[in-house]
Write a protein that binds this ligand. Structure first.
Ligand SMILES: Nc1nc2c(ncn2[C@@H]2O[C@H](COP(=O)(O)OP(=O)(O)OP(=O)(O)O)[C@@H](O)[C@H]2O)c(=O)[nH]1
Ligand SMILES: [Mg+2]
Length: 180
């Protein structure tokens, strides 16, 4: 009997409010995404109508033997207890930052430091909304976080193909293998 093997990679998608985390997961997922979007309050309502309050979850199957499990975090600090819960057992972290908004990079620094103090796993930083206005260069984001510019890429979170390509090139090597 041939036993099917499915490689499962768990990725956490995190970053500031309005960066494009939920959008990225919706673009990639091959199953209906579980979202916990609620009406935004406080300062967030100036940016957007709805915001993630607990998590997003989606799965994509780039090939028949590979599954990417995507867990999106809330961006707001008041829900930061979810950041660690969602990172449990993760194989990688995708940090998403709104490249058109200076406040987003400031907040990303806080979130990046939060995770770096707690988990040592591969990560990638993706900069969205460069089609709106380029407020900072990829090198600028890298310098702000104290990381190599190779770990920072531009994406449009609404575009499945390029986002998928980036995630596969960054995270698929060294994946764990579980029986299907
Ligand atoms: N123009 C443009 N819009 C984008 C891009 N990425 C995301 N968006 C838009 O940004 C808005 C916010 O995206 P969300 O996915 O809700 O952001 P989020 O990071 O999940 O936000 P919270 O859940 O509130 O933390 C949506 O209207 C997206 O369509 C991009 O690269 N370019
Ligand atoms: Mg969201």
């Amino acid at each position: 009997m041939i036993e099917n093997k499915l490689t499962v990679i768990k990725l956490v998608v995190t970053g500031p409010v309005n960066a494009g985390k939920t959008t990225l997961i919706r673009s990639l997922s091959d199953v209906p995404v579980v979202c916990t979007n609620e009406i935004a309050s406080d300062g967030v309502s100036d940016l957007k109508e709805q915001t993630t309050v607990a998590m997003d979850h989606g799965i994509c199957y780039p090939t028949e033997d590979l599954a990417l499990h995507l867990y999106g975090t809330p961006g707001q600090r008041r829900f930061d207890f979810m950041w660690e819960i969602l990172a449990e057992g993760a194989d990688g972290i995708v940090f998403v930052v709104d490249g058109s908004d200076a406040r987003s990079l400031e907040e990303l620094k806080y979130i990046y430091e939060h995770y770096s103090a707690r988990v040592k796993i591969p990560f990638l930083v993706v900069v969205t909304k460069q089609d709106i206005v380029k407020f900072v260069s990829l090198q600028g984001v890298a310098s702000a976080l104290g990381i190599s510019a190779e770990q920072v890429k531009h994406v449009d979170a609404r575009e499945r193909g390029p986002v998928m390509e980036l995630l596969l090139s960054r995270f698929v090597c060294g994946a764990k293998v579980f029986p299907a």
